[in-house]
Structures are given as C-alpha cells and as structure tokens.
Design a protein around this ligand. Structure first.
Ligand code: NCD
Length: 306
C-alpha cells in the first residue's frame, strides 16, 4: 500500500489488504489521539475547500491534520465566497490552491467534480463527497467502525437503509464492502433503489443481495443497521422529496426486533430516520463513529503526506 502523493478519489483504489492495513494504521492513530498529539505532519498544510455544507467531514479532516501537527487553511463556503463565483474553473482552482497547500480535501455538489479539480491540482486531493457520486472517506470510517465493533467484516449481514439512489455514502460503503463476504439487505422505497451498476458489481463478486422496502420485516437479520438520510437536496422538487421523507424511522419498537449484538451506524446528519430514544441503546454507534473518523483520516493523511 503506497498512498504517498496519491489522490484519494474513489473506492476502486482499495483492495482487502489495503483496507486491513489502513484500519490497523487508524488503530495506531487512536493511541496518538489518546496522547492528544503528534508531530508527524509538522510543517505541512492541508486546505479544506467545501462547495457544499458540512459539519463532520470538514472538522474531521481539520482535526486529523491538527492532531498530527500540521496546519489547515479552510473555506467552508466556496460556492459563494471563492473565485468560482467569478467563473474560475475547478481545474484552475485546483492548480492555484495546490501552489499553497500540501494536500486538499474537497467537497462539491456535482458527481465527478472532485476528479476534475484533482486534474488541475499538483498535490494530493481527497474526495470529501462529490454530489450523489461517492464519499470514500466516510465509507472507510464506516467500515472501520464495523471492523472495530464486530472484529471482522466477513460473514456479516449488512442492512443499508434509506436513500440508496442519491446517497453517496451507501455507494461508497458498497465499493469497499464488495471485498468482503457480506450479505447485503438493501432497504429503500422502490424509486430510491441502489443504482443497478453497483448491484451488478456486487453480484459479479458473488455477493448475496436482497432489495426490499420494509425495514421491520428484515431488521432481525441484520448484524449492521446502516441508516442514511433521504437526500433532500438531490430531488428535483420539494414535493418529490416529500413523497419519501420519513420513509424509515428507527425507534425503540423496531430495535426490539433487532439482534442483541447488532450495531447501528449513520454518517449523520440525521433528520428523523433515527429516533433520539435510540441514542441510549448500547447498539447505537453513530456518535462513536465520528471519533473513529478522526483516527481514520489521520491514518489516511499520514499515508498520503508522510
Ligand atoms: C453525509 C454526506 O455529506 O454525504 N454526511 C457526512 O459526510 N457525514 C451524509 C448525508 O449528508 O446524508
């Protein structure tokens, strides 16, 4: 696994051995986090350029860089306040910012845009989410959380629930999970099913998949209950979104049907798909997941930059 100087744009860059090594590196980074700090990336600068709203992902990249002794330059509102407002192309913005930073984490509302930006950049670019395309670092931290909690990924039944059409996180989860012996239960409204290409890719790896619309009927089979938000901003109209808003609500009642040793993950933010009464359930791991994300991104940054 040699990620030095590489962009991190797609799940395709990772195989099973690479994922295992990365998780082991993230475990070592948790020790650094316990101590508080290291000097591994002292003198390096990370730029975080967000053309779309974010709480966790941007802070997580920035915290990871700071905990490794590096520094951060940041713009959380690129669409409104950067030269993209003056029609600068993504290629040019990439070229320009890369003259000042050692690596760039970037998010944008259009699928494929981060790759365009990376073509211009002279330094590694990390995809922090491109539209309804993918969100590889979130997928990585989700798998890391499962691996930590269950000790393995092989042999698990993983339910992915919600907006599987527009959700970039489910797309990236599948892009990584395809390397493991996982049974998939995809739960979504008919109109928001997982893109065919992703299902076909998993099938070609010999994975077992069922696609259903009822969570209640299938929650009892799941070792991992991976919830996601209906992606309001990707719908053509508010009325179209409203047809699907509130499709799934994970509450105490539903959790009574779930396995005792199952875990619940969610990339967050949640709208209403996990009731707050579930937060105290020991199976709820979505806030710990945020912490795991810092360690995972520390591992990734150290591999790319050191
Ligand atoms: C996700 C995203 O932005 O894709 N959030 C995150 O990065 N933690 C999920 C979402 O917005 O639904």
């Amino acid at each position: 696994m040699d990620f030095r100087g590489q962009d991190i744009l797609s799940t395709d860059q990772f195989d099973k051995a690479t994922l295992r090594n990365l998780f082991e590196e993230a475990t070592r980074m948790e020790d650094v986090l316990k101590k508080g700090h290291s000097d591994l990336l002292k003198g390096k600068v990370l730029a975080t350029l967000f053309f779309e709203p974010s709480t966790r992902t941007r802070f997580s990249f920035e915290t990871a860089m700071l905990r490794l002794g590096g520094r951060v330059i940041s713009n959380a509102d690129m669409l409104k306040t950067s030269s993209s407002k003056k029609q600068e192309t993504l290629f040019d913005t990439g070229k320009v910012v890369s003259q000042m930073a050692d690596a760039i984490a970037m998010r944008h509302p259009e699928a494929g845009s981060v790759a365009k930006f990376a073509e211009g950049s002279d330094v590694p670019v990390l995809n922090a989410g491109d539209g309804a395309g993918s969100h590889p670092t979130q997928g990585l931290l989700d798998l890391y959380t499962i691996w930590k909690e269950k000790g393995t990924l092989d042999g698990l039944t993983i339910g992915i629930i919600g907006d599987l059409k527009y959700g970039r996180v489910p797309h990236s989860q599948c892009g990584f999970l395809k390397h493991f012996d996982v049974n998939f239960v995809f739960v979504s409204p008919e109109a928001l099913k997982m893109p065919r290409k992703i299902v076909d890719d998993l099938m070609s790896q010999g994975r077992s998949i069922i696609e259903v619309d009822s969570l209640a009927d299938h929650i009892g089979e799941m070792d991992v209950i991976s919830m996601t938000r209906i992606q309001e901003e990707r719908f053509e109209s508010k009325s179209e979104y409203k047809k699907y808003a509130g499709s799934y609500v994970l509450d105490k009642n539903l959790m009574n049907k779930a396995k005792e040793d199952s875990i619940i993950i969610h990339p967050l933010p949640r709208v209403d798909e996990i009731s707050t009464e579930v937060d105290e359930d020991p199976r709820a791991k979505y806030f710990e997941q945020v912490k795991n994300g810092v360690a995972l991104r520390m591992a990734l940054l150290s591999l790319v930059l050191s």
